[in-house]
Design a protein around this ligand. Structure first.
Ligand code: BES
Ligand code: MN
Ligand code: ZN
Length: 496
């Protein structure tokens, strides 16, 4: 899909040759004198259209407009969530048309939600086809975003395009079934990202992982026929001296639970247990496009969690890379077992911050549902920056506690730590386990178990939290090198 940015007033939109024109209308919509305004007035007078969020009216061959179709969509007060829903409804209304070119007109206050609007348009036009040949890709070829002043919006538009590519990659790999998205497939994706000049990639197997002493990670993988992969991605956008941000992704390509086997119903959804890893891949895709002035390392721990004759058993004790021994009381708490070794590995980069992203606990879904990801952090600035990035992108997070008392249940008579506590506060105790391995740097943990995919009729990966991660990283780049903050924007707007 191509995206284009254009300066569009309503008057100009009326003369735009396009297969479909989607016009967002808010409650206090400023009218410009002209065709579109008078059509809107009439439709509102007859009661055929109101500006309530999601209200939608489609004209075919509207008289005197250059567009073949006109879609009016209500966006209520016009805040970011309303704009997101309005765009989704507008694009959905065109799905059965054969429209190839679509222009979405964002006037006035809507234009500040350009990234959200563009992402909504991209999300609504995504179709999964990799293992479903009968699914037809939509007819859309180009989506134009019309704003009052394209020049002023150019840097936001660049961000939007990068984010859209990153989310698309994360969604696509999240959606692919486990037999089409093995640890080695993820490694291939990472390697192909290294075609970009600023990205490099190293892929390790069991031999290297064993040599590193990652006994906890290796133990989770030991019953699987698919070899594990430890993937190290590097994005270099700043001087070597600048400490990198490290992203760590949980890449369990299928989670059966192991010997602590999961119940059958819904187990297919455990193909999504690599969505943390997919979000790291997606963020790197976005970094490659946007090229912000920051260094980022991506670590992906990828393997399957399987039962079998070689499988880890409840009661087994493994030795992590940190030297800490772990008593495995439940083989289904495998995410923390792969992540802990990656966190220990992260230390070698002397990172400014480490953020792990994981579909870690069902308990987080109980706590927060599907709206907000659970955010844990040992550093206030990091927590605030991630929360803000989430609000900006509508990729929402919610701060969760790390009181030491929550670690009580992780005590073991046979190892330094147990991998599970009792059922209470399961998302928090998982985070407390990880914290033991993240003592040497500012650390944050995103539990995305409720937000990385949708169940039911809309079953599918969401691409979250790529928007929040990218927004956080871009924010860091701007804060660290203020000199590069405004000039690129000025240069770009001069061109437009
Ligand atoms: N991948 C799951 C977490 C999960 C479960 C995410 C359901 C989304 C929906 C994780 O590996 C897991 O199985 N966690 C266990 C931990 C428990 C054994 C302490 C869980 O949440 O049940
Ligand atoms: Mn599990
Ligand atoms: Zn899991």
């Amino acid at each position: 899909m191509n995206f284009e940015l254009l300066s569009l007033s309503w008057a100009k939109a009326a003369t735009l040759k396009t297969d479909a024109l989607v016009v967002l209308v808010s409650d206090d919509q400023q009218r410009e004198v002209g065709l579109l305004s008078s059509m809107l007035d009439q439709a509102q007078k007859t009661g055929d259209f109101t500006s309530a969020v999601g209200q939608c009216m489609v004209w075919w061959k509207p008289p005197s407009l250059a567009a073949l179709r006109l879609v009016l969509v209500g966006v209520g007060k016009g805040c970011a969530v309303d704009v997101r829903q309005g765009v989704a409804v507008g694009i959905a209304a065109l799905k059965k048309s054969k429209s190839q070119t679509v222009a979405v007109v964002l006037q006035d206050a809507h234009a500040e939600h350009l990234v959200v609007a563009a992402q909504a348009a991209a999300d609504a036009s995504y179709v999964y086809t990799a293992t479903k040949p009968s699914a037809k890709a939509l007819s859309f070829k180009k989506i134009t975003l019309g704003v009052p002043q394209a020049g002023a919006a150019q840097s936001q538009f660049d961000l939007a395009k990068a984010q859209i590519s990153g989310v698309a990659l994360a969604r696509e790999w999240g959606n692919r079934p486990a037999n089409h998205a093995t640890p080695d497939h993820l490694a291939q994706v990472a390697k192909s990202l290294a075609k970009h000049s600023r990205i490099s990639c190293e892929v390790m197997g069991l031999k290297e992982v064993t040599k590193l002493g990652m006994g906890s990670f290796a133990a989770v993988a030991q019953a699987s026929a698919q070899p594990l992969r430890f993937i190290v991605l590097k994005y270099k956008g700043a001087a070597d001296a600048q400490a990198p941000t490290v992203l760590v992704g949980k890449g369990i390509t299928f989670d059966t639970g192991g010997i602590s086997l999961k119940p059958g119903p819904g187990m297919d959804e455990m193909k999504f247990d690599m969505c943390g890893a997919a979000s790291v891949l997606g963020t790197f895709e976005a970094l490659a496009q946007l090229q912000p002035a920051i260094n980022v390392v991506g670590l992906i721990v990828a393997c399957e969690n399987m039962p079998g004759g070689k499988a880890l058993k409840p009661g087994d004790v493994v030795t992590s890379m940190s030297g800490q021994t772990i008593e495995i009381l439940n083989t289904d708490a495998e995410g923390r077992l792969v992540l802990c070794d990656a966190l220990t590995y992260a230390k070698r980069f002397k990172p400014s911050a480490v953020i792990d992203i994981a579909t870690l606990t069902g308990a987080c879904v109980i706590a927060l549902g599907h709206l907000r990801s659970g955010l844990y952090a040992t550093d206030e600035k990091l927590a605030t920056a991630l929360l803000d990035a989430g609000e900006r992108t509508l990729d929402l997070c919610w701060r969760m506690p790390l009181d030491e008392e929550y670690a009580e249940g992780l005590k073991s008579n046979f190892a330094d730590v147990a991998n599970v506590a009792d059922r209470a506060a399961g998302s928090v105790t998982a985070a407390k386990f990880l914290q033991r391995f993240a003592k040497d740097f500012p650390w944050a943990h995103l539990d995305i178990a409720g937000t990385a995919w949708k169940s039911g009729a809309a079953k599918g990966a969401t691409g979250r939290p790529v928007p929040a991660l990218l927004s956080y990283l871009v924010g860091q780049a701007n804060a660290r090198t203020p000199a590069t903050r405004s000039p690129p924007a000025k240069r770009r707007s001069a061109k437009a």
